[in-house]
Every structure is written in C-alpha cells, then in structure tokens.
Design a protein around this ligand. Structure first.
Ligand SMILES: [Fe+2]
Ligand SMILES: [Fe+2]
Length: 384
C-alpha cells in the first residue's frame, strides 16, 4: 500500500508539463493502479494540460477505476466545449463505465451533442446503463465469453455465436452501434486469428467508408463539372479499388443513391457497403473505427498489423482512430510495428505524434526486461 506522500510524488510527475509524456503516462497508470481519493484528485488536476492525448487517457483511467468520486470531474469535462472531442468522448465513456445511474440524465442530454463522437459515446453509455438496470443476460453462465482483459467496456459482449455471425453483426450498418459494439467485444473475447481478421474487416470496411466520404466529395465536384463521367477512387487498406461512375448526368442528389458502379468482382463485396450508403450522411462512425483499433491493441495479435498500419497511414482519417491504431501497434510490440511507428513519430497531427511516442515506449516495455509498465513507484524508489 502506497503512502499519501508516495501518491503525491507520482501525482507531481503526472501534472508536470516539463516531464516527458511517456513518464507522465507511466505515472498516470501507476495512480490508476493505486486508486483512492488522492490518486483521483491528482488525475483530475491534469485536465488543464494542453495534450489531448494525455487528457483523454486521464478520463479513460478514471472510468476504469470505477470510483464514483471521479464523477464530478468527468461531468465537468464532458460539459466543457473547450475540451477536445476525444477528451469529452472519453469522459462520457468513463461515466458509463462507472455505472452509477445518477449520470443517466446527463448522458441522455449529451447524446444530442453536436460533436458526433461525443453524442455517439453518450448514446452507448446510456445503453450500457440501461443494460445494467435490465439485468439482461448478466446471470446466464456461459451465455457470453468472459472478458480476459479486465477492462470495463462500453458494451457487453454479444451472446456466443460463430465468428461469421459476429462478423455480420459487426459490419451491419443498419444495427444500432451498441449491437455492433457487442459483436466487436465478443470477437475480441474469442481472440482467435479468425476473430482478429473479422475485426480487421471492420477496420477495412471503415477505410472504405472513409473512401465513401471522398466519393461523395467527388460527386459534388462532378455536379459542378458535369461533363466528366468518370471517377477513379483510391487505394484502401492495401487494396486497389476502382470505382467508376459512368454516364453521370443528373445533378439531383436523389439520383446519387445508386450511381452505376463497376469494380472487379474480387472487390465487389467491399463495394457493397458503398452502394447502400446515403450521400450526405456520415456512412460510418469514427468512434466505431477507433474502438476496433483499441480492441486490436488489447488482443495483440500480429494478424492485425496490416490493417492497423493501413488505418494509421490513411490520409484524412480521424486522428482519434489513427491514435488508437498507433497504440495498438505499440502493444503488439513486434519489430515491424516499431518501424511503422518510427515513420509516424513526427506526424503533423499532435495526437498521432504523441501516440507514436507513447506506443514506442510501450513497445520497449513489451520487449524489454522491465518489471512493470506502470512503474511510477519503482522510479521514485530508484531516485531515493
Ligand atoms: Fe476511446
Ligand atoms: Fe485512446
């Protein structure tokens, strides 16, 4: 058991902006493991920092600690529009993770937030709390596969199904996000290579949905540029996908729902989601994509490296997604992960750059002889 002075010494490292980020991360995880009101107090103090990455991790840790004394801080962060979306998202998720029903009304209110990542997070958190109240499939032994990672997740795993059924549920854009999350966590709990590849499909699909965004932009260009009837879209997740819009002639948006598309039959199944998306709507959720990156990091299976790399390198991808993919590569810890992370450690997006720094530190831990990652106390002892 650490003394109050030891907690304070680790807390001072966390709140000190002059310390390097990797040391502050390790201090944060040390405080998370120690728990208690002083640890919560020190973590709460660091929300004034200017690193969105650090602040989102503070909120994540407060949620994982499941200590109700963190609720006031998390409510303040969720409500604060000056905090970055990724930080507010993590505060909303943490409030859901703590599982106290007194935050239900607040989460319902922020389910309508104009920032989509925040709104979707709060919708999920509301569903999680409702699921907790319902007691639904929480008592049936063996109905779901248990979570081997000891994390408090934003949704429970789906009931036991085959990988193929879970994959279908994961990729079904017509289902509520909560149900797709349930499939994602069930696949994660299985943890087999087949399950990892199904999750990777979720990432790949997401890349294509991102493409779908580009596709819509291209269509807008076409409207102002009616003569051109051909649009070749880009590379996605290591696949070359060519989408040709032929005889494009009508500027009405209603006609854009089903533009004639062609693709090699090999890629037709990848294009199907494109055909069903509604121009003008966001086709897929960045939140969902980032969570797939997160669970792939938990599983630490090398089969996911190509998809994680593809998402990290995708130009214009949401920084929250790229961050999660970078950290997942760090926790997988293979040499090829290190090479990928080295390429992005100078990324122009601060969150991505910092994620690569932290991920490289995690990678060093995964491959080294260090006894523990959250080594704030050990470091203090070393200094004495
Ligand atoms: Fe998150
Ligand atoms: Fe994260």
């Amino acid at each position: 058991m650490a003394s109050e002075q030891e907690v304070a010494a680790v807390g001072k490292i966390l709140v000190n902006p002059k310390q390097d980020l990797t040391t502050r991360f390790r201090a944060l995880f040390t405080l998370r493991n120690l728990g208690g009101p002083e640890a919560i107090e020190w973590i709460s103090q660091a929300f004034v920092d200017d690193s969105a990455l650090l602040k989102h991790e503070l909120a994540y840790c407060l949620g994982q600690m499941q200590d109700e004394r963190a609720i006031p801080t998390l409510e303040t962060v969720l409500k604060d529009p000056t905090q970055e979306p990724m930080v507010r998202h993590e505060a909303g998720e943490a409030l859901g993770a703590i599982g106290n029903l007194k935050v239900l009304d607040l989460l319902k209110e922020y389910s309508e937030d104009p920032v989509i990542e925040v709104a979707e997070t709060c919708q999920l958190a509301v569903r999680r709390l409702e699921w907790l109240i319902s007691g639904e499939d929480q008592n049936g032994e063996g109905v779901t596969d248990g979570n081997p990672y000891c994390s408090v997740d934003p949704a429970p795993p789906a009931q036991r199904k085959t990988v193929s059924e879970l994959r279908t549920q994961l990729l079904d854009e017509s289902l509520p996000l909560f149900e797709r999350y349930r499939a994602m966590f069930a696949l994660r709990n299985l943890g087999t290579e087949e399950a990892v590849l199904a999750l990777g499909d979720g990432e790949r699909l997401a890349v294509i949905f991102k493409l779908c965004g580009l596709w819509q932009l291209a269509i807008k260009d076409q409207i102002s540029n009616m003569q051109r009837g051909l649009f070749s879209a880009k590379r996605a997740a290591g696949h070359i996908i060519v989408i040709r819009i032929r005889k494009f002639s009508c500027p009405e948006s209603s006609s854009l729902h089903n533009p004639p598309l062609s693709a090699s039959s090999k890629h037709q199944h990848l294009l199907n989601p494109l055909l069903s998306c509604h121009p003008g709507l966001q086709c897929s959720s960045a939140l969902f994509r980032h969570e797939i990156g997160y669970v792939l990091g938990q599983i630490q299976h090398p089969a996911s490296i190509p998809q994680l790399e593809a998402a990290l390198e995708l130009d214009g991808e949401n920084a929250m997604v790229r961050h999660e993919c970078a950290e997942a590569l760090g926790s997988i810890g293979k040499e090829e992960c290190m090479k990928i992370l080295e390429r992005y450690r100078k990324d122009s997006e601060r969150v991505v750059k910092e994620s690569c720094e932290v991920a490289l530190d995690m990678l060093e831990y995964e491959n080294g002889t260090q006894f523990q990652y959250a080594d704030g106390l050990l470091r203090l002892q070393g200094e004495q």
